[in-house]
Design a protein around this ligand. Structure first.
Ligand SMILES: [Fe+2]
Length: 189
């Protein structure tokens, strides 16, 4: 189940709020400029579907976002718990960083946890199947896929070459909860 926990950025012990209703999560994130939506496939996606088939199933929503925000390209990535490089992939975006362009992800299957650091608060967003999150450019955040990653995600880009992490150099990400591996493992089918 999708979940948003909001913390004061100096206190990791008690969340200020815990939301698990999609509309409430979207409202709280929209209030700080973060897009959060639910998308539904317009056709069933068979196991082992190609990138093109996955993108076709969400074409209308993809086109809407590309038109609204000027994204130029779209692709599909996936990761399974037995991937030999999963630890290295996980480490890549585990510390606080920004990008010079939006980070836009739609979870076709599985789960991942985005944590955003905005105006003295920490927004920990557990994204599940059907969730779209848009982290605005320049927003400090980190991403955890857990030690047992499982997800299929659509990515939208303005410029894939410009999509690099600029690390802030803080250790704040280590002070807040990492993703519970059971959140993604439970959705493997
Ligand atoms: Fe990122």
């Amino acid at each position: 189940m999708s979940r948003l926990r909001i913390y004061d950025d100096t206190r990791n012990d008690t969340p200020l709020a815990v939301l698990d209703d999609h509309a409430a999560i979207a409202e709280a994130l929209n209030a700080v400029g973060v897009r959060f939506e639910q998308w539904e496939a317009n056709q069933p996606i068979a196991p082992g579907a190609s990138q093109d088939e996955v993108i076709a199933a969400y074409r209308a929503d993809i086109d809407r976002l590309m038109a609204e925000n000027g994204y130029q390209s779209v692709d599909v990535i996936s990761l399974k718990p037995d991937h030999p490089d999963r630890a290295a992939f996980r480490q890549k975006f585990l510390n606080e960083h920004t990008h010079s362009e939006d980070e836009v992800r739609f979870f076709v299957a599985g789960a991942g946890q985005f944590t955003l650091h905005i105006d003295g608060k920490v927004y920990e967003v557990l994204c599940e199947k059907g969730d779209l999150i848009g982290v605005p450019d320049g927003t400090p955040h980190w991403f955890d896929m857990s030690e047992s990653p499982y997800f299929v995600a659509i990515r939208l880009f303005t410029n894939t070459e410009g999509w690099v992490a600029n690390f802030t150099g803080t250790d704040i990400a280590e002070q807040f909860p990492r993703m519970n591996p059971h959140a993604s493992a439970a959705t493997v089918s």
